[in-house]
Each structure stands twice: as structure tokens, then as C-alpha cells.
Write a protein that binds this ligand. Structure first.
Ligand SMILES: [Zn+2]
Length: 144
């Protein structure tokens, strides 16, 4: 996993300080996405946003990942983001009480159209986000 230069500068050269302050569930899922990307496409993901001072990311349960159409910054490609989106959303339930919400928003599954240049990943409060598969669920619970 890589971090953008902006994230590195904002954290005085240590983007992992911001990473470590995130909810453990979102760290587990973003780690999983990075492993999928390396396994399937041979490239690490590039994290573009973690905790923002204000706005939706302030909960520390959300991470943005670069999707780079022209592959300038080394982020994954749109076609690769779509494959990862389908795998992750098939594997994890964001909130069983709200089935329309998803863990990974990219492209077509966000009707607002705001997520074509990056993937937005999120977990729900109170450890509501769960894995559908029992093995993956046991793995996710080790982070709780
Ligand atoms: Zn986001």
C-alpha cells in the first residue's frame, strides 16, 4: 500500500500516523483490498484520503483509494477497480439493517457520480460491517 505525497506531507512525513488512527475495521478491509490488487493486478493501491478535518471522512471509518484512468500516478485502473468493487461488496455487508449501503463505492454503484476517479471504502459504526463468509468473518473479527 502506498500513500500520496499530499498525505505524507500533511503528516510530517509519516502517513502511517493517520493510518493508525483509523478504525481497525476499515484498516482490515483496505489491507484486504491492497492484497487483492497485488494478487490480481500486480500493483499496490494508492491511498488518497483517510481522516479529513471535516466532512464525511471525519468518522475515521472511511478511506479513499486512487483510480487512475491514464495510470499516471500508478493507481489501479477503472476496470481493475470494478473487479475489486464486485469482490469486496460480495464479501462484506456494510450494515445488515441497511442493505442498500455498500463497503466499496466506485463508478456505477454511486448514483451521485462522484466516485469515478477514486474508490470510497467505508465500514459502519459499532462493528456492524460483517463478512458474509464465515472464514472471512472470523478473520475480520480478529481486528475488532
Ligand atoms: Zn471518500
Amino acid at each position: 500500500m502506498k500513500f500520496t505525497e499530499e498525505l505524507t506531507l500533511r503528516n510530517n512525513g509519516h502517513p502511517l500516523a493517520e493510518w493508525d488512527a483509523l478504525d481497525v475495521g476499515i484498516r482490515a478491509i483496505v489491507d484486504h483490498i491492497d492484497q487483492l490488487s497485488v494478487l490480481l493486478f500486480g500493483k499496490e493501491i494508492v491511498v488518497t484520503s483517510m481522516i479529513l478535518a471535516d466532512g464525511t471522512h471525519a468518522s475515521a471509518r472511511m478511506v479513499d483509494i486512487d483510480v487512475d484512468e491514464k495510470n499516471v500516478y500508478g493507481g489501479i485502473l477503472p476496470s481493475e477497480a470494478r473487479v475489486i468493487r464486485e469482490i469486496v461488496n460480495a464479501a462484506f455487508v456494510y450494515d445488515p439493517a441497511r442493505p442498500t449501503k455498500v463497503v466499496l463505492m466506485y463508478g456505477e454503484n454511486d448514483p451521485s457520480g462522484a466516485h469515478y476517479d477514486h474508490m470510497h471504502t467505508q465500514v459502519c459504526w459499532d462493528d456492524r460491517t460483517i463478512a458474509r463468509n464465515k472464514h472471512l468473518r472470523a478473520w475480520l473479527e480478529t481486528f475488532a
